[in-house]
Design a protein around this ligand. Structure first.
Ligand code: FAD
Ligand code: UDP
Length: 370
């Protein structure tokens, strides 16, 4: 039996478990990734203009977990960036999630005031209400408002993003961006937020920097699966590991169209959502994150599409009862394996943000360390 661990995938999940095995247990780890870079979907790089590009879309670190925050800060410092999202509603640039400031941006003042008063009769200030709950209103004005928010923010964006309406996906998906009865324009209210000062790739490089860890890029699990390892940690898609024996787990994929513009800034904010217009869902402008200085700017238009094996990448697990049931079959099968562990957005088939992927790896490590 080999003394070496295998970690499949060099994203945050794989890097966390590899780091702990090497530094806490002092064990040898081989990390493989089929891509040509570390970092998974959090990978970033500086382009020829010195702008840090988030190759797989804007990544903002945010967490409520002190445990995750303390862990990640061993590898990086963060700036104090707090994410805000602007959306174009009826041609007006305003705040998403919908909040009291949005209300006053899109409606005449007297009507906005009437709605604000009615909302405060029904809800406590600073309450977050998922749109599908917000629609259950008795008052006609609030019904009108709920329908406006549903139509203008959620219906078309969600249809572009998921290929189905908000009512046909798991409620938790749209609940990530609840109506917020507040004047707080931030996208996240988490205590800890920011962008790593030298980017995400550097964070993961620091996590993997150990003479106990070997990283092999452009290497798929299939190419080494006949070798023997002490334990295997698999952050790829669990259905692939089992040869798709129960069928393929569905995912959404995304495509980014990068453009360089000969101007200092292209848009008024790092992310602008287009819930009602165009085929793309949002436009990212990357120089905002680390306040990069250049007389050029780089943007990415984000297009969502169906995941097709062999054609594009797996980005979002699609949360539905049928898909969860299919995942459970693989999960049950995985329980029979000895010393093989699944984790990560693809291994657990869960819509994890980075902090949740790290937390899952920290907790798994606690379970196995003995
Ligand atoms: P991944 O980063 O996907 O890494 C898995 C790695 O495994 C990949 O590098 C892959 O190449 C490799 N791999 C898979 N199969 C194999 C195989 N068979 N052999 C070898 N290698 C393999 N989170 C936030 O917290 N904030 C955000 O703002 C945010 N924005 C996001 C925006 C988009 C568009 C997307 C798609 C995600 C976003 N996320 C965000 C989520 C974040 O990307 C994930 O939480 C994080 O990447 C999960 O890390 P992971 O290691 O589990 O998976
Ligand atoms: N959403 C929407 N309109 C928006 C923003 C979000 O309909 O302007 C819905 C959409 O279904 C999206 C989900 O809320 O997939 C979660 O949004 P989030 O910004 O958290 O998605 P992510 O950044 O993970 O792609």
């Amino acid at each position: 039996m080999s003394d070496k661990n295998l970690v499949v995938g060099a994203g945050f999940s794989g890097a966390t478990i590899a780091n702990l095995l090497a530094n806490v247990l002092n064990e040898e780890v081989l990390v493989v990734d089929k891509r040509s870079h570390i970092g998974g979907n959090s990978y970033d790089y500086r382009d020829e203009n010195g702008i840090m590009i988030h190759k797989y879309g804007s990544h903002i670190f945010h967490t409520k977990s002190e445990k995750v925050w303390n862990y990640i800060r061993q590898f990086t410092d963060f700036n104090t960036y707090m994410h805000k999202v602007i959306g174009l509603l009826d041609g007006i640039e305003t705040h998403i999630p919908f909040n009291f400031n949005t209300l006053y941006d899109v409606f005449p003042k007297s009507f906005a005031k009437k709605l604000e008063d009615k909302l405060l009769d029904v809800f406590q200030i600073n309450t977050k209400v998922p749109i599908l709950e917000f629609q259950a209103q008795d008052d006609d004005d609030l019904k009108f408002l709920a329908n406006y928010v549903y139509q203008k923010i959620f219906l078309y964006y969600t249809t572009k993003q998921w290929g189905v309406s908000p009512k046909e996906i798991d409620d938790a998906v749209t609940a990530r961006v609840p109506v917020y009865l507040s004047k707080d324009n931030r996208y996240f209210q988490d205590r800890f937020q920011g962008i790593p000062l030298e980017g995400y790739t550097k964070v993961i490089e620091n996590m993997l920097a150990s003479d106990k860890i070997e990283v092999r890029l452009n290497t798929s699990y299939d190419s080494i699966k006949d070798q023997k390892f002490k334990r295997i940690f698999y952050t790829g898609s669990i259905d692939k590991f089992f040869g798709y024996k129960y069928g393929q787990l569905p995912y959404r994929s995304v495509r980014f169209k990068l453009e360089t513009h000969d101007k200092e800034y292209y848009q008024s904010n790092s992310v602008i959502n287009y819930p009602c217009n165009y085929d793309f869902t949002r436009i990212h402008e990357f120089k905002y994150y680390l306040d990069d200085k250049s007389d050029k700017t780089v943007i990415a238009k984000e297009y969502s599409e169906e995941y097709v094996r062999g054609k594009n990448g797996r980005y979002y697990p699609i949360m539905s009862d049928a898909n969860k049931a299919l995942y459970e079959k693989y999960y049950e099968e995985a329980k029979n394996l000895e010393n093989v562990y699944f984790l990560g957005r693809l291994g657990d088939y869960k819509y994890y943000d980075m902090d949740k992927a790290i937390l899952r790896a920290l907790e798994l490590f606690e379970e196995i360390k003995g």
